[in-house]
Ligand binder design. Structure first.
Ligand code: G3P
Ligand code: MG
Length: 357
């Protein structure tokens, strides 16, 4: 596939449009493709299987490395997806490597949060599962939790610590990489870290930095009504922390609708175009670096996240709202109206291809 990526269309002209697809509620519900997504995506490839239309996934979800997510999506959707086409809520954490490269940090969430951070270049990271396991009694409810935490403790095998070194090493920052699996344990341990300046069980200290990969209150999974997301977890943590600590919780949230995410998506799409058309002249400009898109389509299901974000980002973004996820209304959304409302992602792709090709 990488061969096709670099050799493809070297003579044809660069496309003047690109597409960013939300995943949950547009492409998948849980692990099930929806809205004709496999058919819709196939239309973006040549018969040979080579990509012809630049597109990325722009999701607030995460928990796995982009390479792993790309192969999982390729399998579920039956098309070849490159890691560079997967932009997750936590992808911007890469930009913080310089600041925390050798600092001790804790990573929270489902999947392999510490492995994600290690891949980004953070050298001194533990998952909150690993971290909490060093403190006897830190979660008094642990004995009542019957579920098994599947080998998460081994996800970050390259970095191991002894209990005594954990006790004395101050946590410099906590990163909520993906949805918390155990809210009660994670709220307890995060409060311990944050109120003590990174040394649970000790005196009150200055709050370490706290980062969230996104701030979605709700998202659509396989259950008929929307599920509580990372934004709901943030509200719960903040409410508790602010009752037990004299200073209010300080944090930074990434993910859509943050305009920086849309700006970064544009950059990623430009790089994709360059790899697809290495020798072709740009449509509006003379050099590949200055390639300008006339239109970038954001296809999403959540008005206050996907549509709000695309609207705030302004040109060249054009928002398309599907009815397969959080939004289920007949008319357009009142507060964050999309440029176009469709039933499914298949309909969205049909519209785009008809307009552009
Ligand atoms: O946990 C995932 C959810 O918050 C949003 O995912 O793909 O709809 O941006 P997505
Ligand atoms: Mg969604």
């Amino acid at each position: 596939f990488s061969r096709s990526f670099s050799q493809l269309h070297s003579q044809s002209k660069r496309p003047s449009f690109g597409i960013a697809f939300d995943i949950d509620g547009v492409i998948l519900l849980g692990h099930t493709p929806i809205g004709g997504s496999p058919i819709a995506l196939k239309r973006l490839y040549q018969n040979s299987g080579d990509l012809r239309i630049p597109y990325i996934f722009l999701t607030n979800g995460g928990g796995f490395r982009e390479s792993k997510r790309a192969s999982e999506l390729s399998e579920l959707l039956d098309v070849n997806i490159q890691p560079s086409q997967v932009v997750q809520g936590h992808s911007p954490f890469k930009q913080l490597v310089k600041r925390y490269e050798n600092e001790f940090i804790v990573a929270v969430g489902k999947g392999e949060p510490a492995a994600v951070m290690s891949e980004y270049g953070f050298k001194n990271v533990l998952s909150i599962d690993d971290y909490a396991s060093h403190f006897d009694g830190i979660d008094p409810l642990a004995q009542h939790k019957k579920w098994a935490i599947k080998s998460a403790a081994n996800e970050n095998s390259s970095f191991k610590k002894t209990t005594s070194s954990i006790y004395s090493q101050r946590v410099q920052a906590a990163f909520v990489v993906s949805d918390s699996v155990d809210w009660s344990r994670d709220i307890q341990v995060l409060c311990d870290i944050l109120r003590t300046g990174g040394l649970p069980g000790r005196e009150i200290g200055h709050q370490p930095h706290l980062y969230f990969a996104s701030d979605d209150l709700e998202y659509q999974a396989s259950f008929p009504s929307a599920r509580l997301g990372m934004g709901a977890f943030r509200i719960a943590l903040e409410a508790v922390f602010n009752r037990i600590h004299h200073n209010p919780l300080e944090y930074t949230s990434f993910g859509k609708p943050n305009p920086l995410v849309f700006h970064n998506a544009e950059t990623v799409l430009k790089q994709l175009v360059s790899s697809l058309h290495p020798n072709a002249p740009a449509v509006n400009q003379s050099t590949p670096e200055s390639h300008q898109f006339k239109t970038l389509y954001m296809v999403g299901d959540n008005p206050s996240v996907d549509i709000k974000g695309a609207r705030q980002a302004g040109r060249p973004w054009f928002s398309i709202l599907t009815r397969t996820g959080v939004f289920k209304g007949k008319e357009n959304h009142a507060e964050f109206p999309a440029d176009l409302v469709v039933d499914t992602v298949e309909e969205a792709v049909d519209y785009i291809l008809e307009k552009e090709c």
